[in-house]
Write a protein that binds this ligand. Structure first.
Ligand code: ADP
Ligand code: MG
Length: 212
Protein backbone atom coordinates (compact mmCIF):
# COMPACT_ATOMS: atom_id res chain seq x y z
CA UNK A 1 0.00 0.00 0.00
CA UNK A 2 1.37 3.38 -0.96
CA UNK A 3 2.29 5.72 1.88
CA UNK A 4 0.19 8.38 0.23
CA UNK A 5 -2.94 6.21 -0.02
CA UNK A 6 -5.81 7.51 2.13
CA UNK A 7 -6.41 3.88 3.07
CA UNK A 8 -3.15 3.94 5.05
CA UNK A 9 -4.96 6.22 7.52
CA UNK A 10 -7.37 5.31 10.28
CA UNK A 11 -10.43 6.81 8.60
CA UNK A 12 -13.95 5.45 8.88
CA UNK A 13 -15.08 3.43 5.83
CA UNK A 14 -17.69 6.02 4.87
CA UNK A 15 -14.99 8.67 4.44
CA UNK A 16 -12.69 6.34 2.50
CA UNK A 17 -15.50 5.32 0.16
CA UNK A 18 -16.41 8.93 -0.42
CA UNK A 19 -12.80 9.88 -1.20
CA UNK A 20 -12.77 7.14 -3.82
CA UNK A 21 -15.97 8.40 -5.39
CA UNK A 22 -14.55 11.95 -5.42
CA UNK A 23 -11.50 10.53 -7.22
CA UNK A 24 -9.12 11.68 -4.51
CA UNK A 25 -6.87 8.74 -5.32
CA UNK A 26 -3.88 9.72 -3.18
CA UNK A 27 -2.99 12.27 -0.55
CA UNK A 28 -1.30 15.50 -1.55
CA UNK A 29 2.08 16.06 0.18
CA UNK A 30 0.66 18.34 2.88
CA UNK A 31 -2.16 15.84 3.54
CA UNK A 32 0.32 12.96 3.79
CA UNK A 33 2.49 14.90 6.24
CA UNK A 34 -0.23 16.40 8.43
CA UNK A 35 -3.06 13.84 8.54
CA UNK A 36 -1.32 11.20 10.66
CA UNK A 37 -0.63 13.86 13.33
CA UNK A 38 -4.11 15.37 13.02
CA UNK A 39 -5.77 11.97 13.38
CA UNK A 40 -3.63 11.18 16.41
CA UNK A 41 -5.07 14.26 18.11
CA UNK A 42 -1.97 16.47 18.03
CA UNK A 43 -2.00 20.22 17.56
CA UNK A 44 -0.58 20.94 14.10
CA UNK A 45 0.76 23.95 12.24
CA UNK A 46 0.69 23.14 8.54
CA UNK A 47 2.32 25.36 5.98
CA UNK A 48 1.92 24.83 2.25
CA UNK A 49 1.17 26.96 -0.74
CA UNK A 50 -2.30 27.70 -2.09
CA UNK A 51 -3.92 24.85 -3.98
CA UNK A 52 -2.09 22.10 -2.11
CA UNK A 53 -5.17 20.54 -0.53
CA UNK A 54 -5.06 22.01 2.97
CA UNK A 55 -8.86 22.05 3.34
CA UNK A 56 -9.24 18.29 3.07
CA UNK A 57 -6.39 17.81 5.57
CA UNK A 58 -8.29 19.49 8.39
CA UNK A 59 -11.76 18.52 7.11
CA UNK A 60 -10.99 14.79 7.28
CA UNK A 61 -9.60 15.26 10.78
CA UNK A 62 -12.66 17.00 12.11
CA UNK A 63 -15.10 14.69 10.31
CA UNK A 64 -13.36 11.67 11.79
CA UNK A 65 -13.79 13.19 15.28
CA UNK A 66 -17.46 14.03 14.87
CA UNK A 67 -20.30 12.44 16.82
CA UNK A 68 -23.27 13.14 14.53
CA UNK A 69 -25.75 11.93 17.14
CA UNK A 70 -24.87 14.96 19.26
CA UNK A 71 -26.40 18.11 17.86
CA UNK A 72 -23.86 20.57 19.15
CA UNK A 73 -20.95 22.46 17.66
CA UNK A 74 -17.93 20.15 17.72
CA UNK A 75 -15.68 21.91 15.22
CA UNK A 76 -15.04 25.57 14.43
CA UNK A 77 -13.14 26.68 11.32
CA UNK A 78 -12.16 30.36 11.10
CA UNK A 79 -11.44 31.87 7.68
CA UNK A 80 -10.40 35.39 6.66
CA UNK A 81 -13.22 36.12 4.20
CA UNK A 82 -16.77 35.13 3.42
CA UNK A 83 -15.76 33.71 0.03
CA UNK A 84 -13.16 31.44 1.61
CA UNK A 85 -15.53 30.37 4.37
CA UNK A 86 -18.17 29.44 1.79
CA UNK A 87 -15.60 27.44 -0.21
CA UNK A 88 -14.40 25.61 2.89
CA UNK A 89 -17.98 24.83 3.97
CA UNK A 90 -18.66 23.39 0.49
CA UNK A 91 -15.52 21.23 0.57
CA UNK A 92 -16.41 19.89 4.04
CA UNK A 93 -19.97 19.07 2.87
CA UNK A 94 -18.52 17.27 -0.16
CA UNK A 95 -16.17 15.20 2.00
CA UNK A 96 -18.95 14.48 4.52
CA UNK A 97 -21.34 13.04 1.93
CA UNK A 98 -20.92 9.46 3.08
CA UNK A 99 -21.80 10.30 6.69
CA UNK A 100 -25.54 10.83 7.16
CA UNK A 101 -26.89 14.06 8.66
CA UNK A 102 -23.71 16.08 9.11
CA UNK A 103 -24.73 19.71 9.50
CA UNK A 104 -22.19 22.30 8.32
CA UNK A 105 -23.12 25.95 8.81
CA UNK A 106 -21.31 28.99 7.40
CA UNK A 107 -21.50 32.11 9.57
CA UNK A 108 -20.18 35.19 7.82
CA UNK A 109 -20.88 38.91 7.81
CA UNK A 110 -22.73 40.86 5.14
CA UNK A 111 -26.00 39.01 5.68
CA UNK A 112 -28.64 39.45 8.41
CA UNK A 113 -28.13 37.75 11.78
CA UNK A 114 -31.71 36.48 12.04
CA UNK A 115 -31.55 33.51 9.66
CA UNK A 116 -28.16 32.49 11.08
CA UNK A 117 -29.60 32.50 14.60
CA UNK A 118 -32.51 30.40 13.33
CA UNK A 119 -30.11 27.87 11.78
CA UNK A 120 -28.08 27.72 15.00
CA UNK A 121 -31.25 26.97 16.96
CA UNK A 122 -31.77 23.90 14.75
CA UNK A 123 -28.28 22.70 15.66
CA UNK A 124 -25.03 22.33 13.76
CA UNK A 125 -21.99 20.09 14.07
CA UNK A 126 -19.45 22.19 12.21
CA UNK A 127 -19.28 25.97 11.98
CA UNK A 128 -17.18 27.73 9.34
CA UNK A 129 -17.03 31.47 9.77
CA UNK A 130 -15.25 34.78 9.72
CA UNK A 131 -13.91 36.15 13.02
CA UNK A 132 -16.11 39.27 13.08
CA UNK A 133 -19.39 37.41 12.69
CA UNK A 134 -18.40 34.65 15.08
CA UNK A 135 -17.59 37.30 17.72
CA UNK A 136 -20.95 38.90 17.03
CA UNK A 137 -22.76 35.62 17.75
CA UNK A 138 -20.69 35.07 20.87
CA UNK A 139 -21.53 38.50 22.25
CA UNK A 140 -25.26 37.81 21.68
CA UNK A 141 -24.88 34.34 23.16
CA UNK A 142 -26.39 32.74 20.05
CA UNK A 143 -23.37 30.47 19.57
CA UNK A 144 -22.04 28.01 22.15
CA UNK A 145 -18.43 26.90 21.63
CA UNK A 146 -18.13 24.96 24.88
CA UNK A 147 -18.25 21.57 23.09
CA UNK A 148 -15.69 22.33 20.37
CA UNK A 149 -13.20 19.47 19.98
CA UNK A 150 -11.38 20.83 16.95
CA UNK A 151 -10.52 24.46 16.26
CA UNK A 152 -9.04 25.37 12.87
CA UNK A 153 -7.46 28.65 11.80
CA UNK A 154 -7.44 28.48 8.01
CA UNK A 155 -5.26 31.02 6.20
CA UNK A 156 -3.98 32.05 9.61
CA UNK A 157 -1.40 34.39 8.04
CA UNK A 158 -4.10 36.35 6.20
CA UNK A 159 -6.33 36.60 9.27
CA UNK A 160 -3.45 38.08 11.26
CA UNK A 161 -2.60 40.48 8.39
CA UNK A 162 -6.22 41.62 8.42
CA UNK A 163 -5.97 42.60 12.08
CA UNK A 164 -8.01 39.73 13.52
CA UNK A 165 -5.49 38.86 16.23
CA UNK A 166 -7.59 40.15 19.16
CA UNK A 167 -10.79 38.64 17.72
CA UNK A 168 -9.07 35.27 17.36
CA UNK A 169 -7.88 35.37 20.97
CA UNK A 170 -11.39 36.26 22.18
CA UNK A 171 -12.97 33.42 20.16
CA UNK A 172 -10.38 30.84 21.16
CA UNK A 173 -10.97 31.81 24.78
CA UNK A 174 -14.57 30.56 24.46
CA UNK A 175 -13.51 27.05 23.42
CA UNK A 176 -12.44 24.26 25.79
CA UNK A 177 -8.81 24.21 26.82
CA UNK A 178 -8.43 20.53 25.92
CA UNK A 179 -9.46 21.06 22.29
CA UNK A 180 -7.28 20.17 19.31
CA UNK A 181 -5.97 23.29 17.56
CA UNK A 182 -4.90 23.30 13.90
CA UNK A 183 -3.32 26.20 11.99
CA UNK A 184 -3.14 26.22 8.20
CA UNK A 185 -1.17 28.87 6.41
CA UNK A 186 0.67 29.62 3.18
CA UNK A 187 3.41 31.50 5.06
CA UNK A 188 4.80 31.35 8.57
CA UNK A 189 5.45 34.85 9.90
CA UNK A 190 6.52 35.54 13.51
CA UNK A 191 2.91 36.56 14.34
CA UNK A 192 1.79 32.96 13.81
CA UNK A 193 4.48 31.68 16.14
CA UNK A 194 3.22 34.13 18.77
CA UNK A 195 -0.43 33.10 18.59
CA UNK A 196 0.60 29.44 18.44
CA UNK A 197 2.58 29.76 21.66
CA UNK A 198 -0.51 31.28 23.35
CA UNK A 199 -3.04 28.78 22.06
CA UNK A 200 -1.40 25.47 21.11
CA UNK A 201 0.03 22.61 23.11
CA UNK A 202 3.30 21.15 21.86
CA UNK A 203 2.37 21.63 18.19
CA UNK A 204 3.85 19.59 15.37
CA UNK A 205 4.95 21.80 12.49
CA UNK A 206 4.74 20.39 9.00
CA UNK A 207 5.85 22.24 5.95
CA UNK A 208 5.77 21.48 2.27
CA UNK A 209 8.29 23.56 0.36
CA UNK A 210 6.88 25.31 -2.66
CA UNK A 211 8.72 24.34 -5.83
CA UNK A 212 10.04 27.24 -7.85
P1 ADP B 1 -5.44 25.04 -0.31
O1 ADP B 1 -6.36 25.27 0.85
O2 ADP B 1 -4.16 24.40 0.10
O3 ADP B 1 -5.24 26.28 -1.14
P2 ADP B 1 -7.60 23.42 -1.36
O4 ADP B 1 -7.92 22.70 -0.11
O5 ADP B 1 -8.52 24.53 -1.73
O6 ADP B 1 -6.12 23.98 -1.31
O7 ADP B 1 -7.51 22.32 -2.51
C1 ADP B 1 -7.27 22.67 -3.86
C2 ADP B 1 -8.02 21.69 -4.78
O8 ADP B 1 -7.49 20.38 -4.69
C3 ADP B 1 -9.50 21.57 -4.46
O9 ADP B 1 -10.22 21.67 -5.66
C4 ADP B 1 -9.65 20.17 -3.88
O10 ADP B 1 -10.90 19.63 -4.17
C5 ADP B 1 -8.51 19.41 -4.55
N1 ADP B 1 -7.97 18.29 -3.74
C6 ADP B 1 -7.62 18.33 -2.44
N2 ADP B 1 -7.08 17.17 -2.04
C7 ADP B 1 -7.08 16.35 -3.11
C8 ADP B 1 -6.61 14.99 -3.34
N3 ADP B 1 -6.06 14.26 -2.37
N4 ADP B 1 -6.77 14.48 -4.58
C9 ADP B 1 -7.31 15.22 -5.56
N5 ADP B 1 -7.76 16.50 -5.41
C10 ADP B 1 -7.63 17.07 -4.22
MG1 MG C 1 -7.14 26.88 1.76
Amino acid sequence: MSQSAFSSLKLQPALLENLTSLEYTSMTPIQAQSLPHILSGKDVIAQAKTGSGKTAAFALGLLENLDVRKYRVQALVLCPTRELADQVAQEIRKLARGIPNVKVLALCGGVPMGPQIGSLEHGAHIIVGTPGRIEDHLSRRTLDLSHVNTLVLDEADRMLDMGFSAALDAIIDQTPRDRQTLFFSATFPEKIQQIASRTMRDPVKVEVESSH
